[in-house]
Design a protein. Structure first.
Length: 289
């Protein structure tokens, strides 16, 4: 849908979604190389844009310049190092800077489905799904009767591939398209709100998803830390699988889980999105500190 036909709130998301698509290659590149302090010219080349054009598009999307975005990632890394017990010198060597981060909690309302519905993978449950623009590209949102149960993104493979990725999570449910409902949820989610969420999955997966909520915006945690919070210290592989199966991206912040070496690792919805989410959260945390 053309941004001109959307409401003002959705129009902003649509423009940001278009900008994200143009910068996705650069964000993926930055996710792998941000520690090297790349120049504006190098980042622009990765986006196949001129430096001037890249600076303008990136700033319109993020609200800050590429330089400020990278500085926020560095701040967040230094903070994580210090909280993990590194000395100031070690943290400086790894990230160069340190900075405080705002803390706030998300919440989960785990209701709206019976144990039998969850066990039978959604049998007897009507799920409403739709597409809506977001700051991280076009989003696919899925709602159960009492809250959001799915949030993913549409990539180059298209809408059908994204829906095919989501539907097997609850194959026995009834699926009804509702773009209007999806747009309302998107406005709340990406406008800074936290709608009720319904977690439908195996018990250990649900424990891991809840544990992810302990990671504050602007922060990160290793898979080992998440495993311990979920009550299974040492179960790194099982925890990684549960994180990868998270059906509600962004709100259940699996993008904040990183490797033991504190490097950004794989993300179901793409490393570019992981870097984008972490970078924007770090910018917001730093600006509010």
């Amino acid at each position: 849908m053309s941004p001109d036909l959307l409401s003002p709130f959705a129009r902003d998301f649509a423009l940001k979604a278009q900008d994200f698509e143009r910068m996705q290659g650069a964000l993926d590149w930055l996710a792998r190389r941000w520690r090297d302090r790349p120049s504006l010219d190098q980042a622009a080349e990765a986006a196949d844009l001129s430096p001037h054009h890249f600076q303008r598009v990136f700033t319109r999307w993020a609200g800050v310049s590429p330089k400020t975005f990278l500085a926020a990632l560095t701040h967040a890394e230094a903070r994580a190092r210090l909280e993990a017990g590194d000395s100031i010198l070690d943290a400086a060597l790894e990230a160069g800077l340190s900075g405080p981060s705002r803390l706030h909690d998300l919440f989960v309302v785990q209701e709206g489905v019976t144990p039998g519905q969850a066990r039978r993978r959604g049998e007897g449950l009507e799920l409403r799904w739709g597409l809506a623009p977001s700051p991280f590209g076009e989003a696919l949102l899925v709602a159960a009767p009492r809250g959001l149960c799915g949030l993913g993104f549409v990539d180059h493979e298209g809408e059908a591939a994204s829906l095919a990725d989501m539907r097997p999570r609850w194959p026995a449910a009834g699926w009804v398209r509702d773009d209007a409902l999806a747009a309302r949820y998107a406005a709340e989610v990406f406008g800074g709100g936290t709608p009720p969420m319904v977690l439908i999955g195996p018990p250990f997966h649900v424990q891991v998803w809840k544990a992810l909520l302990r990671i504050a915006p602007g922060g990160t945690a290793t898979y080992g830390q998440v495993a311990a919070w979920a009550g299974r210290p040492g179960a790194h592989r099982a925890t990684g699988a549960a994180i990868g199966a998270n059906p509600i991206s962004y709100l259940i912040p699996c993008h904040r889980a990183i490797g033991a070496d504190r490097r950004l690792t794989g993300y179901h919805w793409g490393l570019a999105r992981k870097a984008a989410m972490l970078g924007l959260e770090a910018v917001q945390a730093h600006s509010s500190a």
